[in-house]
Design a protein around this ligand. Structure first.
Ligand SMILES: [Ca+2]
Ligand SMILES: [Ca+2]
Length: 509
């Protein structure tokens, strides 16, 4: 790819970290001279660091993804642009931060203004416009039409598997073999009794394998979106059997929220935590989550094994990511929707089969917002001018190179967290703050924001907060489940806190 002015600035920006401009340019040049690579784009829903290659839980079993992480670059300090399916995927696929697009909460693409969507070129759409055949199956975008926006996928996909997935029968649950909250289809944590072919992720991989077996006269972009380990935590029994023993709870400090400001407390799902404590179901919930991650791992393995047997094995880039992390009791919370490590940190691997020496572990903070620039540059495709994020190509060749730019996660207008290699600084819309020294306190138990010793750290980190915030986009807005600058109903939350706290054992201070 030619270094145009925009890319030059990007490279120059990266070089501020200490790498020479010359070596960054060389890295980019090496990529540009190659034949167009194929891309396998693996999107995983709600998978946190409970994997072997990230070490978030000692009982995690993910041999296939571990192997992929070892072959490629394993970004162990990677974070989402927003801790919710819709805002994260809009940021990643449109290539723009929520504070620049105004797409802070959830949206229904079918109800959004066409002009709003027309501002952006999605990643698969861009590849399609640049000589690629694009194939999609499963949850790539968030929403009713997982793989496409508005127009039956025509702008993004040469072909997509949506119709077949829609025809799959509902999964049958073996409720007695696990835990189900009431009659809920969603709050279910148990094995399925359905044949493998009925599981959407299995069907998505089947489609992926079919694409890899085809003859291709153009480079391809294959998007495979897995819906597990998202709720319901259900998958074939075999994967529950892999996690039969007692499940260790994560490290939890029961009064952890006591030094957290009100907006942070409001993000914690105390009711869920309270319920699972009361009916003693936390272990079953965690077992089901580990089982679903192992199930996802098996599906990833099927695609990678097929790739290795295929003619594309030496000219394909695999990028694997999850849209955000997950709380399983830490900070007295369940699910995502917060600005702590559990919710922002995600699995993120780039394996470039053309450059098999590009492997290792990157501990610098990176964001999924960087995928757009990275993939387009690797493939020699020119990205639109509005794109946020920076190419991670320099870190594919030198994963331990220091990086200046931190990862920024937004959750509602006004709520931001800045993650560097060693620190996390969070500022909520009302000005309240948190600071964690992740190197010494990986659980983020001790909020240091009021400690004068760290005033300089806060000043330095604050500089990365967005200078301008795009106004919230109203049309097509769906779930808006965060207290933020646009719905600052803190007073109501404070009033209800007393009542909620009465039922929490031990009560929070
Ligand atoms: Ca998700
Ligand atoms: Ca704390």
């Amino acid at each position: 790819m030619k270094i145009n002015r925009r890319n030059f600035l990007k490279v120059a920006g990266l070089s501020a970290a200490g790498a020479s401009l010359f070596s960054s340019c060389t890295a980019a040049k090496d990529y540009s001279k190659n034949k167009k690579p194929n891309i396998i784009f693996i999107a995983i829903d709600d998978m946190n660091d409970w994997t072997g290659f990230l070490g978030g839980h000692p009982q995690a079993k993910t041999p296939n993804m571990d192997k992929l992480a070892a072959k490629g670059v394993n970004f162990v300090n990677a974070h989402c642009p927003a801790p919710g399916c819709s805002p994260c995927r809009n940021a990643l696929l449109f290539g723009i931060e929520p504070f620049n697009s105004g797409l802070y909460p959830f949206y229904d693409h079918m109800k959004m203004d066409e002009k709003e969507l027309d501002k952006y070129t999605t990643l698969p759409q861009l590849f399609k416009q640049n000589g690629y055949n694009t194939y999609g199956s499963g949850k790539i975008h968030h929403g009713r039409q997982w793989t496409y926006i508005k127009d039956d996928g025509k702008r993004e996909w040469t072909e997509n598997n949506e119709k077949k997935l829609k025809e799959l029968p509902a999964l049958v649950y073996d409720k007695k073999a696990g835990h189900v909250h009431g009659n809920s289809r969603k709050m279910a944590f148990c094995p399925t009794k359905s044949p493998l072919d009925d599981h959407p992720d299995y069907a998505t991989v089947k489609y992926g394998i079919e694409i890899l077996k085809r003859k291709h006269d153009k480079p391809f972009f294959l998007g495979l979106g897995f819906v597990k380990p998202h709720l319901a935590f259900v998958c074939p029994k075999e994967y529950f059997d892999m996690h039969a023993g007692p499940i260790s709870p994560p490290a939890i400090k029961s009064d952890d929220l006591s030094d957290v400001p009100w907006p942070g407390r409001a993000m914690a799902k105390l009711k869920d935590d309270n319920r699972f404590r009361k009916d003693k179901s936390w272990e079953k919930v965690r077992r089901a989550y580990l089982a679903c991650i192992s199930w996802t791992d098996a599906n990833v393995g099927r695609v990678i094994d097929e790739l290795e047997q295929s003619p594309w094995k030496d000219n394909t880039i695999v990028v694997l990511w999850s849209d955000h992390g997950y709380h399983l009791g830490e900070k007295r919370s369940f699910k995502k929707f917060s600005l702590w490590e559990e919710a922002t940190r995600i699995p993120f691997i780039i394996y470039d089969s053309r450059n098999k020496n590009n492997n290792g572990t990157c501990k610098e903070a990176v964001s999924l917002i960087d995928i757009y620039s990275t993939l387009t540059e690797m493939a020699g495709v020119t990205a639109p001018n509005y794109i946020d994020g920076e190419s991670l190509i320099p870190w594919l060749t030198k994963p331990d190179m220091p990086r200046k730019k931190p990862a920024i996660t937004s959750w509602g207008r006004g709520n931001y967290t800045i993650r560097t290699r060693d620190f996390r600084y969070t500022r909520y819309f009302d000005g309240s703050e948190e600071l964690y020294n992740n190197k010494q306190d990986p659980q983020e138990w001790k909020n240091l924001a009021d400690d004068p010793k760290f005033a300089k750290n806060i000043d330095d980190l604050k500089k990365w907060l967005p200078e301008n915030e795009a106004p919230l986009v109203l049309k097509g807005k769906a779930l808006h489940n965060v207290i933020d600058a646009d719905q600052p109903e803190l007073k109501d939350f404070k009033n209800s806190w007393e009542n909620m706290n009465k039922n929490i054992k031990p009560p929070l201070k």
